[in-house]
Design a protein around this ligand. Structure first.
Ligand SMILES: N[C@](CCCC[B-](O)(O)O)(CCN1CCCCC1)C(=O)O
Ligand SMILES: [Mn+2]
Ligand SMILES: [Mn+2]
Length: 301
């Protein structure tokens, strides 16, 4: 079985410099060899190069920032991920900011229309153009994928093929008012940190999969934002929020999803190696690689 590493040095969905350097740090930490060590054939044809659009050609739409750049980059990612899946490979997309998930999940859905999405994150990333307070598109990918809010012509390539009952969250703890309304209105299932505390991660993952994959027969796309982890575990990320998942809880999610045998694509997002001291950066990168290994079959025994 082949893993295809898709390095996406992209930061256009948010304002902090550095998140585009996430992929190179993850690869340079030895990710390819680590995955080969698990028995995977690993395909990595270099990091993708996204040429910029100069600012005057990409004015905000409403308050959305870099809309044309984000749209173009995520559309190219959708094609890359879709092609890897078509080739029978398992795409592992390294971010880069979470707006990339518009591309990765579109890619999965293009080949597996019944893909269910497990979104591990402190944030819901579901703001529509009406509800976003920041205009940072990394806080919006799911609204486009679900077709929530008024459409933005520049993003018309995103077919709203994800159903709200095919999405489940784990780790939420910083959800905007507009997003809370969207989650309620659309009955989107979310296991916040409150549920993690209450039921424990084992039960939460079981309930999450029972919700989107009751017969364990649907392909799973795992979109993992490292800020789902507590900042003490993954400090070097753009929007840290205290009270997050422990190192083990994060790994348990990945281990349990691997055990289903249904994983078809994974994203590891929002590693920004320029936001902390070198020890903390190294720690964040190492945790990212470790999570990926767990999602791809590394076991403790
Ligand atoms: N919801 C936020 C954060 C999005 C994080 C994206 B992720 O998960 O990929 O890291 C935060 C908006 N928030 C509103 C109140 C004032 C501070 C910013 C937004 O910008 O939409
Ligand atoms: Mn996110
Ligand atoms: Mn987040």
């Amino acid at each position: 079985k082949t893993v295809a590493i898709v390095g996406c040095p992209f930061s256009g969905g948010q304002p902090k410099a550095g998140v585009d350097k996430g992929p190179i740090h993850l690869v340079e930490a030895g990710l390819v060899n680590q995955l080969e060590g698990l028995g995977w054939k690993v395909k990595f044809d270099g990091h993708h190069l996204f040429e910029d659009i100069n600012a005057q050609d990409d004015p905000p739409i409403g308050i959305l920032k870099n809309p044309r750049l984000v749209s173009r980059v995520t559309q190219s990612v959708a094609n890359v991920v879709g092609d890897h899946i078509k080739n029978g490979e398992l795409p592992v997309t390294l971010g880069g900011d979470h707006s990339l998930a518009m591309g990765t999940i579109s890619g999965s859905l293009s080949h597996h229309p019944n893909t269910c999405v497990v979104w591990v994150d402190a944030h819901a990333d579901i703001n529509s153009i009406e509800t976003t307070e920041s205009g940072n598109i990394h806080g919006m990918p799911l609204s486009f994928l679900l077709g929530i809010g008024s459409s933005v012509p520049e993003f018309d390539w995103v077919k709203a093929l994800l159903r709200t009952d095919s999405l489940v969250y784990i780790g939420l703890r910083d959800v905007d008012a507009g997003e809370k309304a969207i989650l309620r209105q659309h009955n989107i299932k979310a296991f916040s940190m409150h549920e993690v505390d209450r039921y424990g991660i084992g039960k939460v993952v079981e309930m999450a999969l029972d919700h989107v994959n009751p017969n364990r027969d649907r392909p799973i796309h795992l979109s993992f934002d490292v800020d789902a982890l507590d900042p003490s575990v993954a400090p070097s990320t753009g929007t840290p929020v205290r009270g997050g998942l422990t190192f083990r809880e994060g790994h348990y999610i990945c281990e349990a999803i691997y055990e289903t045998g249904l994983l078809v694509a994974m994203d590891l997002m929002e590693v920004n190696p320029s936001l902390a001291d070198s020890v903390s950066v190294e720690q964040t990168v190492a945790v990212g690689c470790s999570l990926l290994r767990s999602a791809l079959g590394e076991t403790l025994l």
